[in-house]
Design a protein around this ligand. Structure first.
Ligand code: 3HC
Length: 697
């Protein structure tokens, strides 16, 4: 028998134990081990009931995702679950941690399921571009009916043990932490009461009740809005529907066919790249795993604006008190009122109780003096982008804060080393770039300065995890990883409109690619004044920044959503961008002023110029070591800018597009459009000449 699965008997219970850290995934060794253990249990005359239980932190968390994309090895999961279900001795699954995907499917192939109350179950395959491929789409609806099965399978959301019990997925929920003891007690009950083998495949009342229901079509309609551009959610509905239209064995076959279609789809590859990428980014090159991490038990935040307030919420949400400092009482009151309103809104939606709202508010200390930062472990400055002001602030922090406190800036573009130079402790200074709205967006771009200590780097990455963000460590340069690439795309998008495209045409190409919003809708959300101020500052610094029709918008006070007019116009209370003939006229006038004769611009040109310019910049970012790996860039874009996860992030997408195709286009635009942004990155040229991809780095 394999080492990862063992069999032993306790009294008249045959116990099959899986021990395959970290999450008992169903790799080949586990699958074959489980079959061997089952066989042993069947042959063991003393064993009346068999129990499946897992060691470590969790029940089986699913198929082994690392095996996907490789040739499938026997025994397959469907074989495993069918063999389990066919056992002629009653089989009990004892669940702790998370029974997910193939893990839950294995549990569903057992005859009884008991769990501890902290356990969760779910079929999250859809999040990986898949559908449950080992009977989940056929067995779950037999227990829950169509509606709930469709919800669970198309969202991939987990369900807590008590809810799972109410839904009929579990047979019992017990308090306690010793899963083996809980499982043994339940199995003993099954043995003592002489409970029979009970196969989910044979439970048909819910199938009969929902046969012919229009719930499937309703779900497909709903998915057109909720899962725009995605492949597998629709296949999930097809598979669940098969449970209602076909006999069990044929339903299983249909599920398998649909599963293989998903497995072969590029979306599956992109989503699995994102899954591992999200975990891989926490491992920083050159930073030893045992680097000490400072304890962050309290934070200080400078600025109670939208950013500062959102940042504070992240900390108090996990019980870390935050002191917010502002210059004026009025600004402080306004900021706190917004935080309270956000929490009250969550309470209205039932996500928080009123008591929790008060608890969180009580963790915030408003203040008008930096003296209140004396004891905090981390300060995050979130004032507007002005180097002189930031340096002044950091010099003050240096005087006030205790030794060992981390001094962070939420700057989205400015030089961390220059900010650090205002202090006598540059090793404690770091960038922590949050994305707006800071209490919602999952990305935290942590920026290392040239003198930032390893301990501080490790700590800010640990802080990201603590506040439930995805932290990515990047190097120091103008705009870091995300905004540096975004600015290139923005400049190109503006130029495309100069040359003849409409803003809505540019935005549509990007939303068709899967972005939640286009470049110009995003500018309206962020505020047209933001980009304007940056361009003006660069002009004042003597840089060659050409005039733009967007400057005119800012000068006319069309600042975006906040003034109900920017690149688009907005109805009162609506965030839906509506093309505005006034802007068309403004663009036409600008073209005349600049002597530009507009031309027809194809969607393909928009795609190439907006996206390839980013890929070329991404390659430069890698060359310069600003990002350690292509996946760091991918994760920044997925979690900070809504790059569709199913395309795996920009660098992963670029590999699919073909780096030779991209390089050829970059060279073409270098000749036709010009500008340093179209100078081919040396890394891109090197990869193409060697026939390699970003994935090979
Ligand atoms: N296969 C292989 N490795 C896995 C894995 C899986 N299914 N699930 C997690 N891991 C790895 C992670 O990559 C990570 O590895 P690392 O330490 O080397 O980075 C390690 O296990 C721990 O994972 P997390 O850091 O995510 O730990 P958490 O405790 O935060 O979360 C979890 C645990 C909730 C189980 C989470 O890892 C998770 O959601 N895993 C994916 C579950 C899933 O999607 N299952 C369905 C798989 S598809 C399937 O079953 C197909 C079937 O229907 C045929």
């Amino acid at each position: 028998m394999s080492e990862v699965v063992s069999y032993n008997r306790e009294g008249n219970i045959g116990v099959i134990t899986v021990n395959y850290p970290p999450v008992n995934a169903l790799g080949q060794a586990v699958r074959s081990g489980l079959l061997a253990a089952l066989e042993q249990g069947q042959k063991d005359a003393e064993a009346k009931v068999l129990l499946l239980v897992c060691e470590g932190r969790t029940f089986i968390a699913g198929a082994d995702i690392r095996e996907f994309g490789k040739p499938m090895q026997e025994p397959t999961l469907p074989t495993l679950v069918n063999t389990f279900e066919n056992s002629d001795k009653p089989l009990v699954a004892a669940i702790h941690g998370t029974a997910l995907g193939g893990g839950l499917e294995t549990a569903l192939s057992c005859h009884y399921r008991v769990a501890v109350s902290s356990a969760k179950v779910g079929l999250p395959e859809v999040k990986l571009g898949l559908l449950p491929g080992a009977g989940g789409t056929q067995r779950l609806p037999r227990l829950t009916g169509a509606q709930k099965a469709l919800e669970m399978i198309t969202t991939g959301e987990f369900v807590g043990a008590r809810d799972a019990l109410a839904l009929g997925i579990l047979d019992a929920v017990e308090e306690g932490s010793d899963i083996r003891a809980v499982g043994l007690a339940y199995a003993q009950k099954v043995a003592d009461e002489g409970k029979p083998v009970r196969r989910v495949r044979d439970i048909t009342d819910k199938i009969e009740a929902d046969k012919g229901s229009d719930v499937f079509d309703q779900f497909r309609e709903e998915l057109k809005k909720r899962a725009r551009g995605l492949f597998s959610p629709f296949k999930c509905v097809d598979a669940v529907e098969a449970a209602f239209n076909l006999p069990f064995d044929e339903g299983m076959k249909r599920e398998r066919e649909l599963f293989m279609e998903c497995m072969d789809s590029p979306q599956r590859a992109g989503l699995i790249h994102s899954f591992f990428g999200e975990r891989e980014v926490s491992k920083i090159k050159g930073l030893p795993k045992d680097t000490p991490v400072r304890d962050v038990k309290s934070v200080g935040i400078i600025g109670a604006g939208t950013m500062g307030g959102g940042i504070a919420m992240n900390f108090v949400n996990v019980g870390i008190p935050a002191t917010i400092v502002e210059v004026k009482q009025e600004a402080l009151d306004k900021g706190l009122a917004i935080i309270r309103r956000n929490y009250e809104n969550s309470a209205k939606k039932g996500k928080l109780t009123q008591e929790q709202v008060e608890q969180r508010m009580a963790l915030i200390t408003p203040s008008l003096t930096y003296d209140d930062f004396r004891d905090v472990d981390l300060v995050i400055e979130a004032v507007f982008e002005n180097m002189a002001i930031k340096k002044e602030i950091f010099a003050k922090l240096d005087e006030v804060c205790k030794p060992g406190a981390i001094l962070a800036s939420n700057t989205s573009t400015l030089d961390i080393d220059e900010i650090a130079s205002a202090t006598k402790r540059p090793e404690d200074v770091v960038g922590m770039h949050f994305f707006s709205p800071a209490n919602v967006m999952k990305l935290l771009e942590n920026v290392r300065g040239s003198k930032t200590s390893d301990e501080v780097k490790a700590t800010v990455m640990a802080v990201a995890k603590k506040i439930k963000k995805v932290g990515v460590m990047v190097g120091n340069c103008y705009g870091f990883v995300g905004n540096r690439m975004l600015h290139k795309r923005g400049t190109e998008a503006m130029a495309l409109v100069d040359e003849g495209a409409t803003p809505q045409q540019v935005d549509k190409v990007l939303t068709d690619l899967g972005f939640p919003m286009g470049q110009f809708a995003m500018s309206d959300l962020a505020g047209i004044d933001v980009g304007y101020r940056i361009r003006e500052e660069r002009r004042n610094a003597g840089q060659d920044v050409p005039a733009s029709w967007m400057d005119k918008l800012a000068e006319q006070g069309r600042l975006g959503q906040k003034t109900q007019a920017g690149v688009y116009k907005y109805e009162e209370g609506s965030r839906k961008p509506v093309p505005d003939p006034e802007v068309e006229q403004l663009i036409e006038a600008f073209r005349k002023e600049q002597g530009i004769t507009p031309r027809e611009i194809t969607d393909q040109e928009i795609l190439e110029r907006c996206m390839y310019v980013m890929i070329n910049e991404g390659a430069k970012i890698l060359e310069e070591g600003i990002a350690d790996r292509p996946l760091d860039i991918d994760i920044v874009w997925i979690y900070g800018y809504g790059f569709p996860a199913y395309r795996g992030g920009p660098m992963f997408w670029a590999d699919q597009e073909g780096l030779d195709t991209i390089l050829a286009a970059v060279k073409k635009y270098q000749d036709t459009v010009g500008g340093e942004q179209w100078k081919p990155a040396a890394l891109l040229e090197k990869l193409v000449s060697e026939g390699k991809t970003f994935g090979d780095l």
